[in-house]
Write a new protein. Structure first.
Length: 210
């Protein structure tokens, strides 16, 4: 979707405030403002504030919520208070656990991988609360969490001879669920990444997530 001059000015205001708060240097501000005023679409604006703490009530322009190939909206919305939650734990000890499809994630979920692997796919998931915590423990194992870009993720886990990696693309916006991923990885890894994709054969060649 193409943007207006008003949309550009909203983002410029956020950048000026970020510099006033000490989050950006003057040279960074000038570089980002050049990108803002050269932007033509919402997709051009999104990277400019990706690493800034944008609040839910800040005037960042958001594109209309249109269906997009590869990331169809979840019918009925993602947050469903009062819904029957799914399992509260995913434990893999020298084994594997795979959760995907239309499952309901409880407000607190524990994922443990000891010489095994846990895969949590949130592509079609729903949530019982606006903010969900996934507590991860990986010891000589791996935990992979697939997150679509309409979910905002906060990753604050600790790795000792291991790693927490965040490759998600979601940004904070009103109505979007927040998922906090925390915990400990020792000689293991917790990876947060966009949904897996595959190419369709035949005439329909757009990408969709698995």
């Amino acid at each position: 979707m193409r943007i207006s001059n008003e949309d550009r000015e909203r983002v410029a205001q956020i950048l000026h405030k970020a510099m006033a708060d000490g989050r950006l240097e003057l040279s960074e501000l000038e570089e980002r403002l050049d990108a803002v005023y050269a932007a033509k679409t919402f997709a051009d604006l999104e990277p400019v504030t990706r690493d800034l703490p944008v609040q839910a009530n800040s005037p960042v322009p958001l594109p209309p919520q249109l269906p997009r190939p590869g990331y169809p909206p979840v019918p009925g919305g993602r947050i469903v208070p009062g819904a029957q939650p799914g399992p509260g734990t995913s434990i893999a000890v020298m084994s594997g656990v795979d959760r995907k499809g239309e499952w309901v994630v409880p407000e607190h979920h524990n994922a443990v991988a000891i010489m095994g692997g846990v895969e949590l796919n949130l592509t079609h998931a729903r949530f019982t609360a606006a903010e969900t915590t996934i507590q991860c423990v990986a010891f000589w194992g791996g935990i992979e969490i697939y997150v679509p870009d309409d979910i905002y993720v906060i990753v604050d886990g600790f790795g000792f001879m291991g790693a927490f990696e965040d490759k998600s693309m979601g940004v904070q916006a009103p109505g979007r669920p927040v998922v906090r991923i925390t915990g400990f990885a020792m000689m293991g890894a917790v990876e947060v990444k966009p949904p897996k994709k595959r190419h369709l054969r035949g005439s329909d060649r757009h990408q969709i997530e698995e």
